[in-house]
Design a protein around this ligand. Structure first.
Ligand code: HEM
Length: 521
């Protein structure tokens, strides 16, 4: 009797402890999933699906989702990327508040899971934080003076000319974004490392160089694998849904041959060692001069004007690589969008050709000053293209302390993202937003004068604004002037309409921009 009572008691204790273990586990899981949401629960947003958040909505609507939600929930709302809630800001004044007025409380970018898994990308200026970021940024910005940019015109022009000479004009389709990506990579390779990848010139001996070819292939693979949706590697997807498991799973998968994590790890390792080699070689050069970005930073490091502890070789590799990454895909996308939109709008093309022809004979190369003052319509066209197809439709920030935005108290660590793409299509600032109309950027027109000063921010906002803005605009304008001095372009019948896009770390074309070139007489 006594024995069975003891057994019963033990059973009860076992049951109770199992019950409490299960309850504690469930509570742990609930806390894990709801803790990030709790702090921002008062910000409006659609109902969420556990684990997936609003990713199914993103799959349903594509990038238009952010405008759809802004219409329904107002200028500040919640979007859940898997478990991670984002506070989306879709209003120019609120963007000014986040990017400028409250910068001291929101100084860094939130780091998405694909970047967390890649030290090569994480050590660039884009993702580094706080005092390391501000010291490094000050040094880098001091390099990008207008006089330095003006000196880059002949180098940019020589790659543009080589690219242009290789454009076929016999009714052949050109995949323009491939042409422009090769050219932009060559330009930034030379500007960042002083290295000629030789991609714009199919006959270049450098193009046969197996090292260069594999470097570029690896660079493109590594960049396109930085997915922000559910098409990335298994560990990246886990990072969106269950971040706690991302790193342990990545550590396992990177050792299992032929998984995507293994391929990414291998590619990034190779890329890293090649970049380290470039940096080491540059460090050894006695007469390195001061033409490229890496040399300028190394010179500053050696003259002790910047800290050697900060600009260590691994950070230098990442920053130089970041230039290649940031300066190629974005510039190529913008150039290709320009050619696509100008070709589809004969009245814009006519006005642009007139301005370019009035500048001088077809072989006249503009100076940096000419680009500033002699091409006002080209300036409007480029701005309108960048509004029409926004390369970076979302800009990331993270609060480093509790802060109030748009009437909501956001706790420390909240991811606040600026919906630049939604601003660019907001009829309040851009009437008839689906119309391609460069004249809306004419400084004398009412629309431009009435517009909120931060409604158009394709290069970002505040102290974290893009450092390559002037560099890329100089390259884009020089290229368009050179090309339109010689050619006009027409859409190929083999291209889809409307254009389809891929939503990666920056926007890209799904099937390319296919055009045909016609030589001007
Ligand atoms: C059409 C071309 C380009 C576009 C549209 C573009 C766009 C952007 C945007 C939207 C940001 C984020 C700004 C923010 O958070 O407020 C950014 C940051 C950045 N961009 Fe660009 N970019 C372009 C070209 C370049 C080039 C050519 C370089 C390098 C020379 C570059 C280097 C960077 C860097 C290093 C940052 C991080 C700055 C920091 O955090 O301090 N970009 N860019």
């Amino acid at each position: 009797m006594e024995k069975s009572m003891i057994t019963e008691v033990v059973g009860l204790v076992n049951f109770t402890s199992s019950f409490f273990t299960i309850v504690a586990l469930l509570a742990g899981v609930l806390v894990y999933f709801y803790q990030p949401i709790w702090g921002v629960r008062k910000v409006p947003g659609p109902p969420t699906i556990p684990l997936l958040g609003h990713l199914p909505l993103l799959a349903q609507h594509g990038p238009d989702l952010f405008a759809v939600l802004a219409k329904r929930y107002g200028p500040i709302y919640r979007f859940h990327m898997g478990r991670q809630p984002l506070v989306i800001v879709a209003d120019a004044e609120l963007c000014r508040e986040v990017g400028i007025k409250k910068f001291k409380d929101i100084p860094n970018r939130s780091i998405p899971s694909p970047i967390l898994a890649s030290p090569l990308h994480r050590k660039g200026l884009f993702w580094i934080r706080d005092s390391r970021w501000s010291t490094m940024r000050n040094t880098i910005v001091s390099v990008y003076q207008p006089s330095y940019l003006a000196k880059l015109v002949p180098m940019m022009q020589s790659f543009i000319e080589t690219t242009s000479q290789n454009i076929p004009t016999d009714d052949q389709d050109i995949v323009f974004n491939e042409f422009s990506l090769k050219m932009a990579t060559d330009v930034i390779g030379k500007a960042a490392f002083g290295f000629d990848f030789g991609l714009s010139n199919p006959n270049s001996h450098q193009n046969n160089d197996k090292h260069t070819e594999s470097f570029i292939k690896q660079h493109i693979y590594s960049t396109t694998m930085l997915k922000m949706d559910l098409s990335g590697s298994f560990s990246i997807i886990l990072g969106l849904l269950l971040p706690i498991l991302q790193e342990p799973v990545r550590q396992i998968l990177k050792r299992i041959p032929y998984t995507m994590d293994w391929k990414i790890e291998r590619t990034n390792k190779n890329l890293n060692s090649q970049l380290d080699q470039i940096v080491v070689n540059k460090m050894k050069e006695e007469q390195r001069g001061s033409k490229d970005f890496l040399s300028l930073i190394l010179n500053a490091r050696e003259s002790e004007t910047v800290s050697k502890n900060l600009f260590t070789p691994d950070y230098l590799s990442s920053i130089a690589y970041e230039h290649l990454l940031a300066g190629s895909a974005t510039t190529s996308f913008t150039l290709s969008s320009c050619v696509y939109l100008i070709s589809g709008h004969p009245e814009v093309e006519k006005k642009l050709l007139k301005e370019i022809d009035e500048f001088g004979p077809p072989d006249q190369v503009p100076t940096a000053d000419d680009l500033q003052s002699r091409f006002p319509y080209l300036d409007q066209v480029v701005k309108e293209v960048m509004r029409f197809y926004v390369v970076s439709p979302l800009i990331a920030r993270e609060t480093s302390t509790q802060v109030e935005i748009g009437g909501y108290i956001l706790p420390k660590g909240t991811w606040v993202w600026l919906a630049v793409g939604v601003l660019a299509k907001d009829p309040k600032n851009f009437p008839d937003p689906e119309k391609f109309k460069p004249e809306r950027f004419d400084p004398n027109c009412d629309e431009e004068k009435r517009r909120h000063p931060y409604a158009f921010i394709p290069f970002g906002i505040g102290p974290r604004v893009c450092i390559g803005q002037k560099f890329s605009l100089q390259e884009i304008k020089l290229t368009l002037i050179h090309l339109y001095q010689r050619y006009v372009f027409r859409h190929s019948p083999n291209m889809e309409s409307p254009l389809e896009f891929d939503f990666g770390i920056v926007l890209n074309f799904k099937n390319g921009v296919k055009v045909r070139a016609i030589k001007r007489t």
